[in-house]
Ligand binder design. Sequence first.
Ligand code: FNR
Length: 339
Amino acid sequence: MNRKDEHIRLAKAFHKEKSNDFDAIRLIHNPLPQIATNDVSLQTAVLDHEEAFPFFINAMTGGSQKSQQINHDLALIAKECNLMMATGSVTATLKDESVQDSFKIVRKVNPDGFFLANIGAHNDLENAQRAVELFGANALQIHLNAPQELVMPEGDRAFGDWLDNIAEIIAKLDVPVVVKEVGFGMTRETMLQLISVGVQTIDVSGQGGTSFTQIENARRPKREMAYLSEFGQSTAISLLEAAQVTRSFEVIASGGIRNAFDIFKSLILGADTVGISATILNQLLSHGVDATIAMIESWQEDLILLYTMVGKKNTHALETVPVIFTDEVWQWCQARGID
Ligand code: FNR
């Protein structure tokens, strides 16, 4: 089976509502919200534009016949729900024109949508430009996925040029760039390194949802590195790390988002917007386009209620909602001097 199709199959197979570090973030209740639902705006600003809702469909697929249908459906959902959307990595497709339609379909379905193209950090500026041109992407995501590559027998083994590639792309590409993890999270040290080469938007994409070490291990009979299945910093922890860095950059949360409450908690922890992959993919493959639109619309409604519950009229104001950290998140904060 095509590797991209296997990712879809295994991401769905492994997707289950499991506990993650968002459960260790507890809100301190305010019995006097003093606002009405009508006062609330969910808008957010990210990547030099305004978004009506503070969450989006994060990178997943493209590069095969089957993924063309999935990208078609995701783009339709993005259009109906007014969300921005990232495609999966276009890297392999730049060499294989026969599957380029699996990406171009998103622009056909949603001509005015805000789309992000996606490439690996081993790519140079020329590939970055070609990726953006492929379907007129409004922004570019560059993914960091070293643990995934190392678990794959056929994966990359040399990562020495990543920071230089990122620096060159950021300096010369004429659309905004996001540097993202793929589910292993980040620390403040990594974010400072990225900022030092000009990165302005970081998707921490943490542990707690899709695990690419688990997925790549499952693609072959001999699962030598199964112990890396839960590897990485959780999204909640990565956001707390981001909050330690002076806010000269935009923060995107992703990894393990299960519902509107996880989106809400991510925004409280300082995210400017929140990316969702597996939860949307699973709903789409299990129940279809209409049910996925219904799920997303219910999240949009829930968020209005949640903002009202804590007495905050806009996304930016959520940063002042008081929370308590428990369990492993608390231990991480102690060990890393986060208060
Ligand atoms: C992904 N993800 C991903 N990320 C990326 O930067 N480029 C890619 O091509 C892909 N491909 C991909 C395929 C599938 C099937 C899934 C589920 C995910 C990673 C994704 O963008 C995100 O960082 C992680 O999946 C964590 O988020 P969730 O899935 O826990 O919401």
